[in-house]
Design a protein around this ligand. Structure first.
Ligand code: MAN
Length: 353
């Protein structure tokens, strides 16, 4: 597979983003949803900000308070035996069954704009900021689906009661309408198809199941983008392969003459995140036609291997022009990059099921 990584990579790094909060530092500007708007490429960045800790023994956890509309900051001591600080992203309570108790940063969505898709300027203010009790730990990993002149932006809404997927819409990337949570916890990596198929909207989603099952990709239907049903399991983990630990949708699916092409992420149990592809039937996207046995992209460049959480390439959006896929992707949970791949080469690399 020929991959053309932009010379300007990483396109946006935390140093390019001015913190929105006083006494915070930006530690991530990554996993951006992508939109094409009025001749510009918009990256809807997930910006992660962390309260600056002057004491190495204190890890701070920022929490949005919906009653005051302010952030509260919890100080946790690394000597506190009740907590596990080994994952830099999260603080685990050893006695609780949940995978984490607090996040070490708070994420929100902020736009970076570009005329050429290579050079970006970051907006002064957030576009989507936590605004309710289901978003007290932040909003993360947005995707954008354009339907007509409306852009649907959906993202993980994170709070102590779980991670679900919430939806907003906009026509101008200034005024936002909130539509609430469309997939309840625990669910992430929703991807809404850009058009109706046989009079239904479709979305991929990724429940994290607890009783039985794995973090795998499902598909659902809707008449109105708000209420989703007829859920079906789409693809699962594969032992010993690049997608053996967890998988989830990546970029918004796009049409090819062979079917809907979805670029999805897969990780091993050691948290190495790669991108691969799955081809779905044009008339019934719950039918899988073919899938990548080998990743189409793996973390290889220095900025993909090293960072806040290294060995991660994670796309939330791509632009397709003819045979060229411009895949924008988060690197090492830190920055944004872009690479161009050929649609035909991706299709040729898939293994038919
Ligand atoms: C995982 C990671 C983090 C993220 C949390 C909550 O631990 O993806 O980056 O903040 O989940 O969504």
């Amino acid at each position: 597979m020929k991959i053309y990584r932009y010379e300007q990579n990483p396109l946006i790094t935390p140093a390019d983003v001015k913190p929105f909060h006083n006494d915070f530092e930006v530690i991530g500007a990554f996993n951006a949803g992508i939109a094409s708007y009025k001749g510009e490429v918009l990256m809807l960045l997930r910006v992660a900000e962390r309260p600056i800790s002057k004491d190495p023994k204190i890890v701070k956890a920022p929490i949005y308070n919906p009653d005051t509309n302010e952030l509260e900051i919890l100080d946790l001591n690394t000597d506190d035996e009740r907590f596990d600080f080994s994952d830099p992203r999260v603080i685990k309570n050893k006695s609780a069954s949940a995978t984490f108790q607090y996040l070490t940063s708070l994420s929100y969505i902020r736009i970076a704009r570009s005329k050429d898709g290579h050079h970006f300027t970051v907006d002064e203010k957030p576009l989507v900021y936590p605004s309710n009790s289901l978003e007290t730990f932040g909003v993360e990993d947005p995707r954008v689906t354009q339907i007509g002149d409306t852009y649907y932006i959906y993202f993980s809404a994170v709070s102590p009661v779980g991670v679900g997927e919430s939806l907003v819409s906009t026509k101008d990337f200034v005024n936002i309408t909130h539509h609430g949570m469309i997939f309840g916890p625990d669910n992430k990596d929703v991807l809404i198809f850009p058009e109706k198929i046989n009079s239904k909207y479709y979305a991929l989603h990724r429940p994290t199941t607890k009783s039985t099952g794995n973090p795998e990709i499902w598909i659902a239907e809707s008449d109105n983008l708000l209420y989703w049903g007829n859920h079906k399991h789409l693809i699962g983990l594969r032992d010993g392969m690049w997608d053996s630990g967890r998988i989830g949708g990546g970029a918004v699916p796009f049409k090819t003459d062979k079917g809907w092409l979805e670029l999805y992420h897969g990780a091993t149990l050691e948290h190495r995140y790669c991108m691969g592809a799955v081809l779905l039937d044009l008339n019934d996207p719950s039918k899988v036609i073919a899938r990548s046995n080998a990743p189409i992209m793996e973390p290889e460049a220095d900025y993909e291997k090293n960072g806040f959480f290294g060995d991660v390439v994670f796309s939330c959006g791509a632009l397709v022009e003819g045979d060229v896929v411009k895949m924008y992707y988060g690197v090492a949970d830190t920055s944004m990059a872009c690479a161009e791949l050929s649609v035909q080469e991706i299709l040729d690399s898939l293994v038919y099921v």
